[in-house]
Design a protein around this ligand. Structure first.
Ligand code: AGP
Length: 615
């Protein structure tokens, strides 16, 4: 939920850290701060607001040093004030820390330290943690055989219950930084004579692609231009160095006004990336390299539980329709935050699949770990190589969508839909799906990128439609069958981007209560482009709301007989396995244009963050 960064090298730390924080700002942007260390003096600059506010302060009052730590905050404990802004200092000023996560037992730590005479200035859990480190440091004998700085951090973390990704500096230990993680991501970047730490590898790929992804309960001790990784139990860890394949240029705007629009328009490419190397024409099926399951194991599965949050959860709902229809396997869909506590009955023939763009969503991670703890195999569909979920899953499928910087998930979502469609084909062809049906589906996949592009070409038309509805305060999205999850996603997109209250319903459900909401100021967005057997019923539902004064926007297959509506967005006819993907693009563009027309920050919507690493 926050972004942390650290640098130790020969260059001006502030420049490196500010560049990193700009790339981390999607993780939270309530406030930001930097601390650097030079000649055993810690310099600090913090600011409420986005990174640009901090930049203005630093321009007015530069801080020196070739090492330091930085943080961009999404508030969890304590309101958005400068006092609560990271970095936080120990009372004696010797330690400075940046923290992404939640120390659940911070109150008892604060109480213990208060009894030792410690005074606190902020409302944050992080300040308790950094003072605990100062406490242990003061208690470590100066002539201790073990490294005093490292031991004070280690002992403090052993007290912690909760999650953390941290970077810590100590005034008396210039040229040293300690990082550590538990449930919140932390990655080490290895440059030439310089080292980086960050919540997200994308923040330093401009400087190096040589990375080490830390695991839970690991600490990294950076000293000058070397580092050592150990566990909380003092076991040495051999660093597994990986070459990151993301190019930072791919994370730039490239002429688009917003990352969200750029990523909406990247969908044809993202869909091609999801499909690349996974279609087997000879056997009319799909192929995955990372499932780590034999065909017999896959055939023996008699139940699949999908778990995710937010937009990824909507992708799970589409997976339910497709896998039940084409592979005839019972599917259940669970919010990860509910599944982890629900104690669902699991048996060896149950497969759990988690979907997570970031691979760090704490509820999804916890749901996966709970299923694994009970002996259930878990596969992960994720966009983030080296993420915690990717590394802890028993197997999985990478999306290869490229960096998704906009907080609202767009290309990652349609990529997830493409992958679950491929999975439905793969599982179906292991069962009763015929070769002819398989080839039909493969034909649909091959048309997908160009069909997606043809819908993107309607962006100006959709912007015109959005302008007619920009002042509405409520909106309803309707769809049946595999269009119902798209209705939910459309409502979520509109909510999170334009702050308009929006709800998604199965179209037939309107009669059971929601139709009472229908009025001229509550337009209805109707997805009548799904399975043909429910097309006319969907139109009937639309006419029911029109009869009660609602304005309607319809997404429909080109030239289909849709009857009266206020606005229409035509999309190409598509196979059931890809129609949800195509129907999503109009609702994404509609939400984007509504957000821009209403002056909202579409890349960094209020109260949101890209990766929810707190519960
Ligand atoms: C998507 O538009 C939202 N920003 C949010 O619901 C997101 O899908 C959810 O937090 C899950 O994130 P993940 O895919 O990284 O796990």
């Amino acid at each position: 939920m926050c972004g942390i960064a650290a640098y130790l090298g020969q260059r001006l730390a502030v420049e490196i850290l500010m560049d990193a924080l700009r790339r981390l700002e999607y993780r939270g942007y309530d406030s930001a701060g930097i601390a650097t260390l030079e000649h055993e003096k810690i310099h600090c600059c913090r600011a409420v607001g986005t990174i640009s506010v901090l930049q203005r302060k630093l321009t007015d009052s530069p801080i020196p040093g070739s090492m330091g730590i930085g943080h961009t905050r999404w508030a969890t404990h304590g309101s958005v004030t400068e006092l609560n802004t990271h970095p936080h200092f120990s009372m004696n000023g010797k330690f400075a820390i940046v923290h992404n996560g939640v120390v659940e037992n911070f109150a008892s730590i604060r109480e213990f330290l208060s009894l030792q005479g410690y005074v606190f200035y902020s409302d944050t859990d992080t300040e308790a943690l950094v003072n605990l480190m100062a406490y242990h440091y003061a208690k470590e004998p100066a002539n201790a055989t073990k490294d005093r700085f490292l031991e004070s951090v280690r002992k403090s973390l052993l007290h912690v219950r909760g999650t953390y990704g941290i970077a810590v500096v100590c005034q008396e230990r210039p040229r040293e930084i300690i990082g550590a993680r538990n449930s919140s991501p932390l990655v080490l970047g290895i440059g030439k004579g310089e080292l980086f730490l960050s919540s997200d590898v994308a923040s330093f790929t401009a400087h190096t692609r040589d990375a080490v992804f830390l695991n839970d309960n690991e600490l990294v001790h950076i000293k000058n231009d070397s580092f050592a990784i150990t566990t909380l139990d003092r076991e040495e860890v051999e660093a597994v160095r990986q070459q990151v394949d993301w190019d930072t240029v791919a994370a730039e705007l490239n002429g688009y006004p917003h990352f969200m629009l750029k990523e909406i328009f990247e969908q044809p490419q993202a869909l091609e990336n999801a499909l690349r190397g996974r279609i087997e024409n000879e056997t009319a099926t799909a192929h995955f390299g990372g499932l780590q399951m034999t065909t017999d194991e896959l055939r023996s599965i008699n139940r699949i539980i999908f778990c995710a949050c937010g937009t990824a959860w909507c992708a799970c709902l589409v997976a339910e329709y497709l896998i039940e229809r084409f592979a005839r396997i019972p599917v259940e869909v669970e919010y990860a935050s509910e599944f982890r506590y629900r104690n669902a009955p699991l048996d060896p023939k149950t497969l759990v699949i988690v979907i997570s763009q970031s691979g760090e969503t704490v509820d999804t991670l916890a749901a996966m770990r709970e299923a694994q703890r009970r002996g259930t195999r878990v596969l992960a569909i994720t966009n983030s190589v080296g993420s915690t979920i990717a590394r802890e899953a028993n197997g999985g499928i990478y999306q290869h969508s490229g960096p998704e910087i906009g907080v609202a998930s767009t290309k990652a979502f349609t990529s997830q839909l493409c992958i679950v469609a491929l999975l439905a084909l793969h599982l179906g062809r292991l069962r009763d799906l015929s070769e002819a049906e398989g080839m039909e589906i493969i034909g649909a996949f091959k048309q997908l990128p160009s069909q997606a592009k043809s819908i993107l070409d309607q962006s100006a038309h959709i912007q015109t439609i959005a302008a007619r509805y920009q002042n509405c305060s409520d909106m309803i999205f309707l769809g049946r069958q595999s269009m119902f999850p798209v209705a939910l996603e459309g409502a979520l997109k509109l909510k999170e981007i334009s702050y308009i209250h929006a709800e998604g319903y199965p179209a037939a459900e309107m009669k059971h209560g929601p139709i009472a909401l229908v009025a001229p100021q509550c337009p209805v967005f109707c997805l009548a482009c799904g399975e043909e057997n429910i097309f006319e019923k969907t139109l009937s539902n639309m006419q029911e709301v029109r009869a009660r004064g609602a304005r309607t926007i319809v997404v429909a297959r080109e030239d289909s007989p849709i009857g009266a509506t206020d606005d229409v967005i035509w999309i190409p006819p598509a196979h059931a396995v890809t129609s949800s993907i195509l129907a999503t693009i109009p609702v994404q563009l509609f939400a984007y244009h509504m957000g821009v027309l209403r002056g909202c920050n579409v890349d960094k919507p209020r109260h949101l963050a890209k990766s929810v690493t707190v519960e």
